[in-house]
Design a protein around this ligand. Sequence first.
Ligand SMILES: *[C@@H]1O[C@H](CO)[C@@H](O)[C@H](O)[C@H]1NC(C)=O
Ligand SMILES: *[C@@H]1O[C@H](CO)[C@@H](O)[C@H](O)[C@H]1NC(C)=O
Length: 257
Amino acid sequence: MIMDYSRSFTTCFSKIFTAFILVSLPLALLPQTSFGSYPYAHCYTNTENFTTNSNYETYLRILNLKLIAKSSSSGFGVTTAGHYKNQKTYGLFLCRGDVSATECKTCVSDASIEISNRCPYNKGAVMWYNYCMLKYLDTEFFGEVDNTAFVYVWKRNSVSDPDAFNLKTRRFLGLLAEKTYADNNPKLYAAGEQRLENSTTLYGFTQCTRDLSSRDCKACLNDALDRLLDCCDGRPGGRVLGGSCNFRYEIFPFLDD
Ligand SMILES: *[C@@H]1O[C@H](CO)[C@@H](O)[C@H](O)[C@H]1NC(C)=O
Ligand SMILES: *[C@@H]1O[C@H](CO)[C@@H](O)[C@H](O)[C@H]1NC(C)=O
């Protein structure tokens, strides 16, 4: 009895303590987002959910294993699992253009677990980490630009001259986008930096999933860049995370994080 009491007391206390930490820390440390917290996720709600122990759940597990296997040797992969309508699932992963194969595989495995916590019964979901994204749907989407899934992430503070800064950021990311969808760039990834007149330097990258043609990558990134103000107006750092392309910029070098 006494043991039970003390155990439940400890549990209760640690829950309160954890809740306290969870509430107080992120406010100070994390960037603000339109949608939950890192790692960022979007659950597609356009189809009915699957249920526990269904074929779809089994095929999703198989899909994730196949994607993880591919991620040990490539920074991008697509695959499917299942055969029949309402059971078949289509998935892809994309690692950021500069990460190693080992980092890529670790990231895709982590994402495959976390995505089922975030979107437990959704037939479609996409999740973005710093190093990779993982996405699946119950319909074939390879080669198509996804303009339904977007998550915005922005720094909480603001720059002193938002209009000038927005313009410079847009121009900088526009140049990176052009490199990203250039014909001789099969990775559909470009990163760079640009010094502003004062001592500030912009760092960023733009990237598309590699199932897209260079023309569709351009369309995707243009759409994402058009969201810059909605997302990150006057913010010294931000990301627009899409189902087919994404970008991030900061005023510090973040690609080695
Ligand atoms: C579908 O599942 C999600 C969790 O993945 C849940 O939030 C949502 O309410 C479910 N929708 C329906 C219609 O059951
Ligand atoms: C440098 O210029 C940018 C863009 O105009 C501005 O947002 C930033 O605050 C400036 N930084 C300093 C240190 O003055």
